[in-house]
Design a protein around this ligand. Structure first.
Ligand code: MSP
Length: 522
């Protein structure tokens, strides 16, 4: 029996990445967003599954392997182990699964899926003649090209003519349009949705589901002179990883995906071809395909092809993984393009993390150490509600807005709301001057101010844990919160009660959260 709807796992996926080369910060961007979303939903008390992985078949990978004098399998093994999996550790991503399209659990199901569609009459034989971009692994329409080049990679496309099996995409156009109309949340943001709708309205062509001029892929079950076209193979990872065709109960408890995170360049595959494949197989469609923008370099998409990719480790080595995760989600509006620069990252690190959050944490905890022997005091005798009530109000707003915005994948606005609390508490500390209260012997008032400041730090640790897990854990430890409230990851972002940290908590200043930066790399 399928589990009840309320038990459905919240399922988040990233694109699976081509392993022709090592990752750059453009790839890591989507992966961080998915990780933050996953951790946020976990702290809402939901069961969550976060999938990422690698796309290892096709001509692009085959050529990369040949250039390196390796077999494609040896090349993909090498890239996955030396570059792609380590990247996840570098940016502190806690995925639940990592699927590789060369694994049997994937290849076997790809064969099953297409055998079934072939048996249903959903496949026909034909010939494709036209342009193909190997970097995109995409059949292009002549009208899309710019001076004979791929508009994304700026490289000449190849003219190919080969026998292919076709999937009748065109016959799904009306059902797709109806789905977009009924489910406005299916493609987001709005700009992406408009693009997809007008593309489908413009008419769809049937697409090749196999290739026959090389053999690095999953062999077509009824004709081993063909391999399954790499995109058709890759898209299926999302269901194969959660038990499709193997464990129906498990599959139904996780599928459909709640969010497929994709870059805007691969939107049509996910919002047109993939749902049509699922319709053909009578499977439920994902709830949302969310397209993010690109990280740009000199106004163009950062890319391996153009050699403009910056490895995530280079940025993390300098700023740390927390700042890395914070910066990209705070700097770019999710869904829009944006640029990375060392200068802007340095500026945000210094003003928002080191001088903002980090300084607040160190001021408050060191004052509790100094004035109260590291024991959180009682706030009540020195309460001044006309001043202090601003803090519970600001904390509640941070909780509410952050949750609403995170669930909408508006990471930027969520972070702005959380850092508004940092600003309010910093202003409160500066305004109330606990050091002057200590000097004047106004102990009750001093205690009230320190209590409220520390309680707001608790709220910040809870809300920032999905984004900056290392700094949040350090803060949690320095507040002595674990003993009173349990593990940080268990703290619900929906439990918006103020005053959870109780007098008596053992507070210690601990390490600086965001140390001063060394010289920026050239
Ligand atoms: N293998 C396919 C995806 C298959 S999913 C079933 C693929 N791989 S990719 O490695 O080329 O790109 C993976 C993702 O990285 C895409 O979402 C792409 O948009 C993203 N990015 C690559 N460069 C990027 C930037 N410069 N900026 C942001 N994201 C970028 O496509």
């Amino acid at each position: 029996m399928a589990p009840m709807a309320s038990e459905k796992v919240f399922y988040v996926t990233t694109p699976i990445y081509y392993v022709n080369d090592a990752p750059h910060i453009g790839h890591a961007y989507t992966t961080v967003a998915g990780d933050v979303l996953t951790r946020w939903h976990r702290q809402r008390g939901e069961r969550v599954r976060y999938l990422t992985g690698t796309d290892e078949h096709g001509q692009k990978i085959l050529r990369a392997a040949e250039e390196h004098g390796m077999t494609p399998q040896a090349w993909t093994d090498h890239m996955v182990e030396s570059a792609w999996k380590p990247m996840l550790a570098t940016i502190d991503v806690a995925n639940d699964d990592f699927i590789r399209t060369t694994e049997a659990r994937h290849e076997d199901r790809v064969r099953d899926f297409w055998t079934a569609l072939h048996d249903k009459g959903e496949v026909s034989k034909g010939t494709y003649t036209g342009p193909y971009c190997v970097s995109c692994e995409e059949f292009k329409l002549p009208g899309e090209l710019v001076d004979g080049c791929c508009p994304i990679h700026g490289r000449p496309v190849e003219e190919i003519s080969e026998d292919n099996y076709f999937f009748p995409l065109s016959k799904y156009a009306d059902r797709l349009l109806e789905h977009y109309a009924r489910h406005p949340e299916f493609v987001q943001p709005e700009t992406a949705r408009n693009e997809v709708v007008s593309f489908v309205r413009g008419g769809l062509q049937d697409i090749s589901m196999s290739r026959s001029s090389f053999d690095w892929g999953v062999k077509v079950p009824w004709d081993d002179r063909h391999v399954i076209y790499v995109w058709i193979d890759a898209l299926q990872n999302y269901i194969n990883a959660v038990g499709w065709g193997v464990d129906q109960d498990r599959f139904e408890s996780i599928w459909p995906a709640d969010v497929h995170l994709v870059g805007k360049d691969i939107l049509r595959f996910h919002a047109v071809i993939w749902p049509a494949m699922l319709m053909a197989a009578d499977l439920p469609l994902p709830r949302t395909v969310f397209a993010n923008g690109w990280l740009l370099v000199g106004g163009e998409k950062m890319s391996k092809t153009k050699l403009t990719g910056i490895p995530p480790a280079q940025v993390v080595d300098h700023f740390g993984s927390d700042a890395y995760r914070y910066y990209f989600l705070r700097e770019l509006a999710y869904g829009s393009d944006g640029s990375f620069s060392w200068e802007s990252m340095t500026a945000r690190y210094t003003s928002e993390l080191a001088n903002g959050l980090g300084n607040l944490a160190s001021r408050v905890t060191s004052m509790v150490e100094r004035y109260c022997d590291g024991v959180l005091p009682d706030w009540q005798p020195g309460a001044r509600p006309e001043v202090d009530d601003a803090l519970p109000a600001a904390a509640l707003t941070a909780y509410e807005v952050a949750d609403e915005r995170m669930c909408a994948l508006d990471f930027q606005a969520a972070l702005v709301a959380i850092f508004e609390l940092v600003r309010v508490v910093n202003g409160y500390v500066t305004g109330q001057q606990p050091w002057a209260l200590a000097k004047a012997g106004q102990t009750d008032r001093l205690h009230a101010v320190l209590y409220h400041s520390a309680e707001c730090l608790r709220v910040l640790a809870v809300l920032l844990n999905p984004v900056m897990p290392k700094a949040a854990a350090q803060l949690w430890a320095s507040l002595g919160a674990e003993e009173q409230l349990g593990a940080l990851a268990e703290q619900s972002v929906l439990h918006r009660v103020y005053g959870q940290l109780r007098p008596g908590a053992r507070i210690a200043k601990g390490e600086v959260l965001f140390p001063r930066l060394e010289e920026a790399p050239a």
